[in-house]
Write a protein that binds this ligand. Structure first.
Ligand code: TGC
Ligand code: FAD
Length: 398
């Protein structure tokens, strides 16, 4: 099967946002962009139809410094600011949402909590090896009956004479079957006691831990999604992340990952828009390029408008994150709006491509299918609506 690789991507920058990025931010973005062109785009279609994550790219991501890129150099990370980090997520997701998911989970959901809530020993043990890609991590919060509402989780951690005993099941866990280490959230108190939820660093080779690949997916096919089963998993006392003291801690991790997704959605949309534009110019129907027809121009105008709006949101959010003024609710707005935008752009791009748009040789339908997962994970679109609704009205409607 031959996969189309378009000419070198020049970016979509209708408002000249480039001028607002620092030289370092542009350099980081262009490095990752080139890597995605050279190493990801030629293989991702095949990986997708074969339903595999291209694991040989993991050490390369480590070498590029994209794993936990906004965490300190002291732990083997790149120590970049959050705008550069966001641009990395954008470029990875221009390749595939599965690739960005891998990096989001590794960096924002595994490395970040170990950095923010772990002991110094846990940081030293895991962060450099997760940054290099030598080790892979996953994040277990969601359960079969507790998706949008993790407060009710029934995975338990009970204190023993010399450590902890964990029991429970986690669902839909990205990187789950590949992981060397799982950050697992468990209830140490009464079920429903949000202050009793604490985080554990669980090596996946420990007795009683197993992972099972989630079968039957029609989205994010180039991504490992698994169920984790913890059956009388005995852990030493120092497996607990000492600075965790409630549901707030996993939710803080989600803020980090949602921030990256707000940028990632732009990358997926850029890929679809660029593909639609090129196709529209080259596809001749009724004696002229379809891009010369008014209906397709409306489509393209909508796409570039939505992408530009999303870029402005992400850019300002990034600067606020670096200033320390960003709120979780502002991240909810960006995740919700930018992923919704990407879903619409991908769908319209696929439609513009006609029958070819359903083929794996083109990227739009792959992105369209992936984005349905992105719309659902890290807080569904509805949950972010309710977070915003609560913020503006003061009334919780969950
Ligand atoms: P609530 O009472 O609102 O909050 C409890 C405490 O947490 C604080 N908080 C946050 N802090 C930081 N960031 C956030 N996003 C926060 N949201 C809440 C809050 O201030 C409070 O603090 P304190 O000091 O008073 O204790 O808790 P709630 O139970 O009412 O939760 C509300 C709700 C629905 C917003 C929350 O449960 C939620 O966000 N649900 C969505 C679940 C979700 O997003 N799961 C994602 C799982 S991981 C995943 O999908 C990975 S995808 C992988 C990939 O990227 O590839
Ligand atoms: P539910 O919570 O059952 O929601 C079902 C529907 O009801 C949705 O439309 C939702 O918006 C709506 N709904 C829920 N509550 C309300 C309400 N109060 N009012 C109105 N409507 C409501 N989780 C992890 O912990 N780690 C991971 O690595 C991870 N990776 C994932 C990868 C993929 C590919 C996917 C699809 C999911 C992943 N998740 C992960 C899980 C993800 O976070 C959950 O799927 C998500 O939080 C939604 O939970 P749910 O699927 O149980 O849906």
């Amino acid at each position: 099967m031959g996969f189309q690789v378009a000419a070198k991507f020049q970016g979509i920058d209708f408002y000249n946002l480039d001028a607002l990025f620092s030289e370092e931010e542009r350099m980081v973005r262009d490095t990752v962009r080139d890597w995605v062109e050279d190493r990801v785009l030629p293989v991702i279609g095949q990986a997708y139809v074969e339903r595999t994550f291209p694991t040989d790219l993991i050490p390369e991501m480590g070498e590029l410094g994209v794993l936990g890129a906004n965490l300190p150099e002291k732990y083997g990370c790149a120590g970049l600011n959050n705008v550069a980090y966001g641009l990395i997520m954008q470029e990875l997701e221009r390749g595939d949402s599965g690739l960005r998911s891998f990096a989001s989970v590794q960096g924002a959901l595994v490395m970040y909590p170990i950095y923010a809530f772990g002991s110094e020993e846990q940081r030293q043990q895991w962060l450099p090896r997760l940054a290099s890609g030598e080790k892979i991590g996953c994040f277990g919060l969601t359960e079969p009956d507790f998706g949008s509402n993790p407060a009710g989780m029934i995975t338990t951690a009970r204190k023993t004479s010399d450590g902890w005993l964990l029991n429970g099941t986690k669902m839909w866990i990205t990187n789950g079957s590949m992981a060397d280490v799982a950050v697992v959230w468990a209830q140490t108190g009464e079920i429903g006691d949000t202050k009793g939820i604490r985080g554990f660093v669980v090596p996946t080779d420990v007795a009683g831990f197993s992972a099972r690949d989630q079968k039957g997916k029609l989205s994010l096919l180039a991504s490992d999604t698994s169920e984790l089963v913890l059956e009388d998993v005995e852990l030493p006392a120092d497996a607990l992340m000492p600075e965790t003291s409630g549901l707030k801690n996993p939710l803080m991790c989600l803020t980090q990952a949602r921030y990256g997704i707000a940028w990632g959605g732009i990358g997926a949309a850029m890929a679809c828009y660029a593909e639609a534009l090129e196709y529209g110019i080259n596809r001749i129907m009724f004696d002229g390029p379809i891009a010369g027809k008014q209906i397709q121009q409306v489509r393209l105008a909508e796409m570039v408008t939505k992408i530009t709006q999303a870029q402005l949101v992400a850019y300002h959010l990034g600067r606020m994150k670096d200033d320390g003024t960003m709120t979780p609710q502002q991240v909810s707005l960006a995740k919700r709006a930018n992923v919704d935008m990407a879903c619409e752009v991908a769908r319209e791009a696929r439609r513009l491509l006609g029958a070819n748009g359903i083929l794996i040789e083109y990227a739009s339908m792959r992105h369209m299918a992936n984005l349905e997962s992105v719309y659902t994970y890290e807080g569904t679109h509805d949950i972010h609506s309710l977070i915003l609704g609560q913020t503006v009205t003061g009334i919780a409607a969950f």
